[in-house]
Design a protein around this ligand. Structure first.
Ligand SMILES: *Cc1c(COP(=O)(O)O)cnc(C)c1O
Length: 371
């Protein structure tokens, strides 16, 4: 049996009539940017999250960049962020002109909030937390820390569509939360797409200006901006898919439970910590393997697709060149994490197959071969 790490064709086959019909509607409308699907999606996304304003942008990286710019963060400023994330989180800070200051993670793989206060300087303007793998950091605690330090809170929620912490969604406590609708995310477009959500109307307007070359209309250009739009085709696809997101996330949680139930009986597999107050939406299902290379080759030889998120702490990437500080937990976790297939259309027999292959691997590595 071959089990792919990820397969969108299954999702699209199930709803293809709806997808083709909105694509046709966009073609027939002749309007490809800043049209009715964009407004419809922005309204629906705001409603889904319980956050007043959504601004659709071209991708999740621009969403972070534009948020930093709109908040006036740039040259000479520092932004505290996590040592483990997709590179976008940190590159957006650098592209905005500011300096990322990295904080180690805890056993959940998420930023260790207790370390923030040691990393603050007079240049610190904001804390950028990342809700990694579908699990939210303790945003209530993060907000309290930011208030005490007098800095802004921004959330990278690119992996956390539908997640919450103690009932709080991204964007409800912070200055803004950013989303990506890259095709593999829990809600994905058929190309690049992203959004910023915020309760702050002025901030949302500022972001819309910056994403539209500095003005909401051609006659009214106020600053230097970029072109970063969520186009009508992507917005229409997202509108069509959004109504399934709740069910898809439920299915991800179910799959994670099946994995947990089976894998916790296997000695030799360990797990990242889950926060009990966090409603996890399992963008990734991650386990820890102490001999990862062997584990991954065995799984691929046996037809199971896996991936690694991520293989290095961000501060170890040469372009962020951080010297001096060490990130022991990030270092250990990035050497051991393995992401197993988790997407709503993954079948029960496939989950069982994956767990069986993992079981065989563990048996094999536990009993040394005798010549
Ligand atoms: C996907 C992702 C992004 C960037 O999104 P793009 O749409 O690919 O630019 C940023 N941060 C995290 C944590 C992500 O997973």
């Amino acid at each position: 049996m071959e089990v792919p790490f990820f397969d969108l064709t299954r999702q699209h086959a199930a709803i293809e009539n709806e997808l083709f019909s909105v694509m046709e509607a966009v073609m027939n409308s002749g309007q490809f940017l800043n049209g009715t699907y964009l407004s419809q999606f922005e309204d629906s996304w705001s409603q889904y999250l319980g956050v007043e304003h959504t601004v659709g942008v071209a991708n999740g990286t621009d969403a972070i960049y534009l948020t930093l710019k709109a908040l006036g963060i740039g040259s000479g400023d520092e932004v505290i962020t996590t040592a483990v994330s997709w590179v976008s989180t940190a590159s957006a800070i650098v592209n905005a002109g500011a300096k990322p200051v990295f904080v180690d993670v805890d056993e959940s793989g998420l930023m260790n909030l207790d370390l923030i206060e040691h990393m603050v300087s007079s240049k610190t303007k904001a804390l950028l937390v990342v809700h990694l793998y579908g699990q939210m950091v303790n945003v209530v605690k993060a907000k309290a820390i930011c208030d005490r330090l007098g800095i802004m809170l921004i959330e990278d929620a690119a992996q956390a569509h539908g997640a919450s912490f103690d009932g709080v969604s991204p964007g409800q406590l912070s200055s803004a939360a950013t989303y990506s609708f890259y095709p593999t995310k829990n809600l994905g477009a058929i190309g690049d797409a992203g959004a910023v959500v915020s309760r702050d109307r002025e901030l949302a307007t500022e972001i819309r200006k910056l994403a539209n070359q500095g003005g909401v209309s051609k006659k009214n250009i106020e600053r230097i901006g970029i072109t970063s739009r969520l186009d009508e085709l992507q917005a229409a696809i997202l509108c069509a898919k959004l109504k399934y997101l709740f069910r898809w996330n439920e299915r991800r949680v179910e799959i994670a439970r099946s994995y947990n139930d089976i894998l916790k009986q296997c000695a030799g597999i360990s797990f990242l910590k889950n926060y009990s107050a966090s409603h996890h939406v399992y963008h990734q299902y991650v386990i820890l393997s102490s001999n990862r290379d062997e584990f991954i080759s065995y799984l691929s030889e046996n037809g199971v697709g896996v991936d690694v998120h991520y293989s290095q702490p961000l501060p170890e990437l040469p372009m962020f060149h951080v010297e001096g500080n060490s990130f022991p937990v990030a270092k250990k976790i990035t050497q051991e994490v393995v992401s197993l297939p988790i997407f709503p259309e993954l079948r029960k027999v496939e989950i069982e197959h994956i767990c069986r292959v993992i079981g065989h691997f563990l048996d094999k590595t536990r009993s040394p071969t005798v010549d």
